[in-house]
Design a protein around this ligand. Sequence first.
Ligand code: BGC
Length: 413
Amino acid sequence: MARARSGVDVAPRGRVPYGPPRAAPAAVIPTATLITLLACAPDDSPMPRSIATIPFGTTATGEVVDLFTMTNANGIEVRAITYGGIILSIKTPDRDGRWDDIVLGFDSLEPYEAGSPYFGSIIGRYGNRIAGGRFTLDGETFTLATNNGPNHLHGGDVGFDKVVWGGEPFEREDAVGVAFTYTSVDGEEGYPGTMEVRVTYTLTDANELIFDYRATTDRATPVNLTQHSYFNLAGGAAADILGHELTLDASRFTPVDTTLIPTGELAPVEGTPFDFRTATTIGARIDDDHPQLAAGLGYDHNFVLDGDDPDVTSGLAEKNREGLHRAAFVFEPLTGRTLEIHTAEPGIQLYSGNFLDGTIAGKAGRVYGHRSGFCLETQHFPDSPNQPAFPSTIVRPGEEYSTRTVLTFGVAG
Ligand code: BGC
């Protein structure tokens, strides 16, 4: 497999970068890669996939929180809890078969409740910002919590990241998973309508973590669900994420004002530090003198995914995985770990962990310094309820909100 250097070359399709030797036909895999595959496999034979449920803790208000441990046939392990649907850890091998946890978070429930920057959680009802915490729908104006300066962020004071979800484990022939369910009542955080929400995490033997989001409502409401994991693919090998090589299949982004609300423009990335159409380290231009980087204190922007858009010509958009388009590919050079993201969503927020400042001690006491994790949040565009030109985020009674994002873990070079 070619070392991940260029945007096109680093995105091999349909491959299972490591996995059970049985699932990897040697005839189509170069010898060097096969050696890596074998070295990465925790055993010569596929591990039994499993899903286990144990109690994780009790919230301050006395609600019991469960922990699910999902393991696929290759040994990849994802742990998630019913509080906020939070992903606690994702363990994958590097190119030399060393396993590490590639997401930020805490070891116990208490710090998640005490104040977490949305580590690993489900975000809702509305991922990202709504200007002034207000929107008008069908002639009625709704007022939401302004929990981020003058704006509403990530669902408000008690968003979907801070509630206890129902959780049901499941097992399929080639995957294990958990279905999280939550009823968001009419008026919760100011939103109209009672909404039934179901978010499923599925870990497949093809090393994919699939997020399926579904919601129905009894009254028209905005909805924009996403997942807020902070990745550091180096695991413990690098303090920050600036060396990660990122490709984004986006020819445009949505510039923001100083409070991070989109101006409404879809600006070309061409010739700016926002051009990730070929693999570029996150750190290469993050401190450039650019007004948008100044507004975000780094990257904290929504990118407009090329998808099927005939108006954009980057040529990088790929359709596969049942109609999803590729959004991003990340390569971490120290460990060789890769992360590829496909989605049905029109946008993706690149957040480079600018607000992490060394004041949070996470797992095993590790201090999370500036830019020690990045988020790639698939989404509709921020502030869509106030921006009629953006794709609509309104779901109405009788409709089903349904969207999917697929993360694929691998190794390269
Ligand atoms: C937002 C950031 C925010 C962060 C919270 C991201 O999705 O874009 O502005 O600070 O979430 O941790």
